[in-house]
Design a protein around this ligand. Structure first.
Ligand SMILES: NC(=O)c1ccc[n+]([C@@H]2O[C@H](COP(=O)([O-])OP(=O)(O)OC[C@H]3O[C@@H](n4cnc5c(N)ncnc54)[C@H](OP(=O)(O)O)[C@@H]3O)[C@@H](O)[C@H]2O)c1
Length: 343
């Protein structure tokens, strides 16, 4: 009995010690490590949450904006607010500085990063204006500044160069998505209809993993922005680019992960999958999860571009075949009906 009681006592003591260590690790670092953060993708749904949270934690933010702050619009952070209204709102916050530029323009990224300790690269290529254009590669110029090759890949190169030439900045947090399965239906659809956005995001990730002189944290979140996060769902992380079932996650939750990971040295040089899982399988906050992640140790494929291209082309061919068969069935039905009426 005594031994059992002693064991229970020492177990709860160990738990208290662990909890205290975790709290200290988080709060000590919060107060010391990061003095200014550069944000890319400022007015995006993820970026705006990151700027708001940095501001709440009194961390100055320098944000890249693709347009000037328009003083004539009403500042707003509402869900339906325009990019200009969100920019005006964020620019009005204390300790938020706006830099006009574009991730595909190296000079503006240099200006953004200079004097910051970390970069949150929360940008993503815009959705193509028409759904059918990406199906015809010859209609798409991959040197256009809105093309995923430029935004998700060349943009990351610019960030790496800017970090290398800065004095203080050594950490890049990049948000991408699951993309190591070219033949998954999600990858095929996103690549097929989004100008290979997933493929170029993976190539951008690899640029970061191949740098030995700087620290990165790659965050691959679930589906953001869907309101239906399951009731009682909790947070989960898998390091080393491991596997977790895709689930809806909130922009504000992923924004907090991108900021919190800056305070965990063990999260440097890591590729993290971030999903929601049923209660009992995860944690309510990221602190205990981040405390356990490790830097990447497995071999990631150096490039997956050809695999993604083949899968997307196959997807497009199947789609065309489907429409061709559908159209010919439709034509023969119409012909039969017309023949019936003409008798
Ligand atoms: N939404 C999801 O379900 C999901 C899931 C997994 C991963 N992700 C990734 O997470 C990231 C953010 O998602 P989100 O929902 O916040 O997307 P979002 O609302 O579309 O925001 C994208 C942001 O990227 C900026 N951007 C685009 N091209 C740029 C360029 N050339 N230079 C600088 N900034 C540029 C946009 O700027 P403007 O405001 O000026 O247009 C916008 O602020 C994306 O990279 C996406 O790939 C999203």
């Amino acid at each position: 009995f005594h031994t059992k009681r002693n064991m229970r006592k020492s177990l709860s003591f160990a738990r208290i010690l662990t909890a205290t260590a975790l709290i200290l690790q988080g709060s000590l670092a919060m107060s010391t490590a990061v003095k200014k953060v550069a944000v890319i993708g400022t007015t995006g749904r993820l970026g705006r949450q990151a700027v708001l949270q940095l501001n709440e934690n009194n961390v100055p933010a320098r944000c890249l904006l693709r347009h000037e702050v328009d003083k004539s619009v009403k500042p707003s952070i509402d869900k339906d607010a325009s990019s200009a209204e969100v920019a005006a709102y964020l620019a009005s916050l204390p300790n938020v500085e706006m830099i006009k530029g574009d991730v595909t323009d190296e000079a503006s990224v240099m200006e953004l990063v200079d004097g910051c300790d970390a970069v949150l690269a929360l940008h993503g290529a815009p959705r193509p204006s028409s759904f059918w254009k990406p199906l015809f590669p010859f209609l798409n110029d991959d040197s256009d500044t809105s093309h995923p090759r430029m935004v998700n890949y060349e943009g990351v190169k610019n960030i790496i160069n800017a970090v290398r030439s800065s004095k203080n900045c050594k950490r890049i947090v990049r948000v991408t998505g699951k993309g190591e399965e070219p033949w998954s239906i999600f990858s095929i659809l996103i690549n097929m209809l989004g100008n290979m956005a997933k493929a170029w995001n993976y190539e951008g990730e690899e640029l970061l993993r191949q740098c030995t002189d700087l620290d990165y944290t790659i965050v691959r979140p679930g589906v953001m922005g869907t309101p239906n996060v399951a009731e009682g769902a909790v947070l989960a992380l898998k390091d080393n680019g491991g596997d977790l079932k895709v689930s809806p996650v909130k922009h504000e939750t992923i924004a907090s992960l991108c900021i919190e990971c800056l305070y965990y040295p063990n999260a440097a040089r890591s590729t993290l999958i971030a999903m929601n899982v049923p209660d009992g399988e995860g944690e309510k906050t990221y602190a205990p999860l981040l405390a356990k992640v490790s830097p990447d140790s497995r071999e990631f494929p150096a490039s997956m571009l050809e695999g993604h291209r083949t899968a997307a082309r196959t997807g497009a061919a199947v789609l065309f075949a489907f429409f061709a068969v559908g159209a010919s069935v439709f034509v023969s039905i119409v012909q039969s009906v017309l023949a019936l009426f003409s008798k």
